[in-house]
Design a protein around this ligand. Structure first.
Ligand code: SAM
Length: 279
């Protein structure tokens, strides 16, 4: 994992920043130090080549975010369920007609429970919870987990004025840790309706198409080389289906051909159907 420091933008956030840093075992830097390092990074010769100078985990009045040391690189990456793309998709996203809804089998008659073994920033989990699914989310990367925890906590606060958002967030529960260990601890007979996987994919060559946010994720999380093992375990724990999210041009995960695939514009859902859905 790349070296990350925790920063804070105002004095009243210092104590909270220290507690986050202690939990993650990371150093804390204050705003002045951050500004000096960022100025130097912005001026450095590598900038023209687009070299990434790393990230801070920054606590500000809007919560926790990942900000690039080189400020011009891109804006903060935070987990935001209450505004932006996810809020828009919740209101205008096409409901059960979306490929992800069809892939997990949400219908007017049946709404499955979902175990999301690769939570990330919770985007897919939130869409599934918006469709009515109860979603358990597992995330092993401590920094990504912290960002997601913060996003869920802020969404719960925003939910005090938005009962629909409150309902959605109440259907999402986050567990920190390795999914393979979690599955290993479950009683042998325990299954979930749908097991969902969206592992990291090895980074494509420095292509302009790889979004800056995705570059950040590659730096923080790396690729998920053990995703094939996770798929094998998932097959034993899913009652109806395992759904693997891939980029549209990607090979099948671990070379395992699904029962069928549903394609969106840039994303493909590989569906391993194990049993007919109820209803
Ligand atoms: C591509 S991201 C998932 C993005 C997510 N679907 C979203 O909508 O935000 C993959 C995430 O899965 C996590 N992950 C991968 N393998 C895992 C495992 N075995 N246990 C727990 N988390 C895992 C990685 O740390 C990474 O944050």
């Amino acid at each position: 994992m790349t070296s990350i420091k925790v920063s804070f933008t105002q004095p009243d956030l210092q104590a909270a920043a220290i507690s986050i840093a202690e939990r993650l075992g990371l150093p804390v830097v204050d705003a002045e130090e951050v500004a000096a390092i960022s100025r130097a990074a912005d001026r450095s010769v590598d900038q023209a080549a687009g070299v990434n100078a790393g990230y801070y985990l920054q606590l500000d009045s809007q919560g926790l975010s990942l900000v690039p040391v080189r400020r011009k690189h891109h804006g903060p990456i935070r987990c935001d369920f209450d505004s932006g793309a996810l809020a828009h998709r919740r209101k205008f996203g096409g409901g059960n007609g979306q490929a992800i809804a069809k892939a997990v089998g949400v219908t007017g008659k049946f709404v499955p429970g979902v175990l999301d073994l690769t939570a990330g920033l919770g985007g897919d989990g939130f869409v599934l919870a918006s469709l009515g699914c109860r979603v358990r989310l597992l995330e092993r990367n401590p920094i990504v987990h912290s960002l997601l925890r913060d996003g869920l906590d802020r969404a719960a606060v925003a939910g005090e004025d938005d009962s629909e958002l409150a309902d959605i967030v109440s259907r999402m529960s986050l567990i920190e840790g390795e999914s393979r260990d979690f599955l290993g601890r479950l009683p042998a007979s325990e299954q979930e309706d749908i097991v969902f996987l969206d592992p990291m994919f090895p980074e494509r060559k420095k292509s302009a198409k790889v979004k800056k946010e995705m570059q950040a994720f590659h730096l923080i999380v790396g690729s998920d080389p053990d995703a094939g093992q996770l798929l094998e375990l998932a097959m034993q724990r899913a009652r109806y289906r395992v759904v693997v999210k891939r980029s549209v041009s990607a090979d099948y995960l671990a070379g395992m051909a699904p029962s069928y695939s549903l394609e969106g514009k840039s994303t493909r859902f590989d569906v391993f159907a194990l049993q007919r859905l109820p209803g």
